[in-house]
Design a protein around this ligand. Structure first.
Ligand code: PXG
Length: 304
């Protein structure tokens, strides 16, 4: 059965969910997006994702022609209509249809799309055994060129790095910024455990401020694990006790080898394992209910 896609205020079958070839999202990568997960009938951290989307849009002077509350509801409705209890939601807002010039003033109205679908994730083995990554030649965009804090539709910087990963036969890579500091993965943030501290690069270094990153920092704090936002180099990663990546798609994934150097004991460390478990536990309980009616009915039947 075809999916029902939210497109500019209404739900249409996937076959009819068509965007113009003059859309500047297609012509120029001019737009913003979010990737959101649903677990166990709940949308995880929906408000934070919606806020980040509007912040990205503000930064590129893109007006989203939908109220925040309505777009949040469209996300939940997209899950409901497609019977998604566990899945992945993509929200895309592009500059909209214009002419062949790049001037955004020629695009009178942004295009808004919400797709709720299932996701293919790393095999469980990766979480148990960890993965091997490399640093790549492609540097993360400078904050004064294309600020990585903005989740734009222009992902070529990450795709160039992903191509290097593919050529090297690696599932993911670490990107450095122009100064040679480790900043993030292609679609994930990076953490190390070094000298007893959990360390992750600060936002100002040029990263996307991940919602999973934020969640992991909260989980660490609640468990008395000291965490700091500080810059570090590849040398620090090679000599760390532990390393892991975080992202909506990847969740918390251990890294056990970087550029041929074994990290720590070469297996997921205790802090990493603790945070994987804590994250899984949290996403299964917290979030915006998708099937409220059904939940109410079940509650009534259950007598509560
Ligand atoms: N950094 C970058 C550059 C990202 O694109 C993250 C960090 C993690 O952020 P969240 O909020 O998800 O914790 C992302 C997230 C994929 C995929 O297929 C991942 C992302 C975007 C698109 C696809 O893995 N990004």
């Amino acid at each position: 059965m075809s999916l029902e896609i939210y497109l500019d205020g209404e739900f249409v079958p996937e076959e009819q969910a068509r965007v113009s070839v003059y859309d500047h999202g297609f012509l120029y990568g001019d737009g913003v997006f979010e990737g959101i997960r649903a677990y166990n009938g709940r949308v995880f951290r929906l408000a934070q994702h919606i806020d980040r989307l509007y912040e990205s849009a503000k930064s590129i002077l893109l007006e989203i022609p939908v109220l925040k509350e309505d777009l949040a509801e469209a996300v939940v409705e997209a899950c409901r209509r497609n019977a998604i209890r566990d899945g992945y939601i993509r929200v895309v807002v592009s500059r909209g249809k214009g002419d062949l010039g790049l001037d955004p003033r020629k695009c009178p109205r942004a295009t808004v799309v919400v797709i709720a679908d299932v996701i293919s994730i790393f095999p469980e083995e990766v979480y148990r055994e960890g993965m091997s990554v490399i640093t790549v030649a492609t540097r993360r965009s400078r904050t004064d060129a294309l600020n990585p804090q903005i989740k734009t539709l222009n992902y070529l910087n990450s795709i160039m790095a992903k191509l290097e990963a593919n050529l090297a036969g690696k599932p993911e890579v670490l990107l450095l910024n122009a100064e040679g500091l480790v900043v993030e993965g292609t679609g994930d943030n990076v953490f190390i455990v070094r000298r007893g501290h959990l360390v992750t690069p600060p936002t100002w270094l040029g990263i996307l401020e991940g919602i999973t990153r934020r969640t992991v920092l909260e989980l660490a704090k609640a468990r008395g694990i000291a965490a700091v936002e500080a810059p570090f180099t590849a040398h620090d990663v090679y000599n760390a006790q532990e390393c892991f990546l975080t992202g909506t798609a990847a969740e918390v994934v251990p890294v056990v080898e970087v550029d041929g150097r074994r990290v720590g004991e070469g297996q997921p460390g205790t802090v990493t394992r603790q945070l994987i478990d804590a994250y899984r536990e949290l996403v299964n309980h917290e979030g915006t209910e998708i099937f409220v009616e059904e939940a109410l009915q079940a509650g009534l039947k259950g007598g509560s």
